[in-house]
Ligand binder design. Sequence first.
Ligand code: HEM
Length: 524
Amino acid sequence: MALENSSSESVFIDSVVLSSNLESLYTGILTGVSVWKLLFGVLVCVTIYDQISYVTKKGSIAGPRFKLYPIIGPFLESVNPKFEAYKAKWASGPLSCVSVFHKFVVIASTRDLARKIFNSPTYVKPCVVDAAIKILRPTNWVFMDGKAHVDYRKGLNGLFTRKALSVYLPGQEELYDKYFKIFLEMSEKGHVPFMHVFREINCAVSCRTFCGHYISEEQVKVIADKYYLITEALELVNFPIILPFTKAWYGKKAADMTLDIFQQCAAKSRKAMEAGGDVTCTMDAWIKEMLEARDNVKKDDGTSGVSIRVFNDKEISETIFTFLFASQDASSSATTWLFQILADRPDVFAKVREEQLRVRDYDVNKRLSIDMVDKMTYTHMVVKEALRYRPPVIMVPYLVKKDYPISPDYTVPKGSMVIPTVYPALHDPEVYPEPETFNPDRWIGDDSLANKAPKNWLVFGTGPHVCLGQTYAVMNFICMIGKAALLMDWTHEVTPESEEIKVFATIFPQDNCKLKFTNREIAT
Ligand code: HEM
């Protein structure tokens, strides 16, 4: 009985264990299924929501009827953007759209719509690209708008006056001399791609202009090398968060390192200015201005005198970093095209060289001065035409702060990105006949079609955020290309890709510009 009992008990226990195992197996399967079902359901809902949201936001403007790739949209295309695809987009309508992940992007391709966006601070504020906000930090002054932005910018105007620019010139010329030697050394191997060296010379010129001799050559080299990572992070739309080991992550690390170096330079500049040193760079000019303002206020018992906001070393470093950020890719693009264009057009090259010699009174060793630059009218026209023909910054992303009625038929929804495009305005055949031809003579005389259409000149944007460094930038190109034409000859190895445009934040020749420089026998 006991046996019977024990055996029936064990059968009972076995069957309980079995049924409980079956139950947990069954529950497991059921739970698994429902989790998958749930996930699938959520995905379907999100996809439907995303498509409906896209179609509603798109309204009547040009763009795909649906998001071809659910949720991500043309994310993969935006990782490797093609210039021809942009052109097709601009041609598709005055306003067109695209949606990548959560971001709805409206692109404006006509001159007037582009100008309207640049001049609508009530509705839009600059956002550069997604990653820029993370790299520059959201509190950065370039993302400010309204009065805060105007006030901040006022404090920076003194850094790009004629007086300030003339202080920066000797440092720039030192670097042209140094890099021209490097150009010659590199050319011993024949025609080699120069795009990356043009990036380096611009980075070095910027660092010297902004930080003077407070920055060491090694630090400039590190920044020039690492800056590539920052440019790589600047895709139009990034993954919403910075994931380790992604382009945005490497870009942020490079930016943090640069900010640290600039902060150390600001501390050294402050020390030098407090000790009564001469102004040699942008940081000096800025700190000196602040110290003078502080002393003025002190002298007048705080009742009068010029009072300006006092910035600490960290703030200075962040602002100087925005100058590097704003200048680096655009200046490298312009430099690359300028050297290529001149090599391909010996007639233009000869005229630039003749002018460079003339403004130096036929003394090739004469150092640059701002008065000399004023006389370089032909070289200036060449630079202006290069900027029109191959505008470095083809699009300027803005963020829509509140629903923006951009045209009678269309309102850009709040939270979207809206992008004025400058390329079509700069290639408008009515203002620039044969726009695909490089013709510096179109800038001769105040009455020329090109000069009479300042509204089309959108190379540096317009409105409250118009490029702060434009005079400095143009002067840098005039001086660099002018001096190079004076001292060196160079030839271009034309490849089928030389006139193909590669988009890498700004625009470059697809083959990275293969050049060969030779020293010139100078007859004065
Ligand atoms: C070829 C060279 C350059 C080009 C094509 C260029 C173009 C531009 C464009 C299109 C904008 C946006 C304007 C707008 O939103 O209306 C801009 C803004 C800016 N640029 Fe430049 N830039 C160049 C060089 C420089 C340089 C060398 C510096 C500094 C030394 C600089 C400093 C700035 C700053 C600080 C802003 C933001 C201004 C603000 O938000 O108030 N840029 N630039």
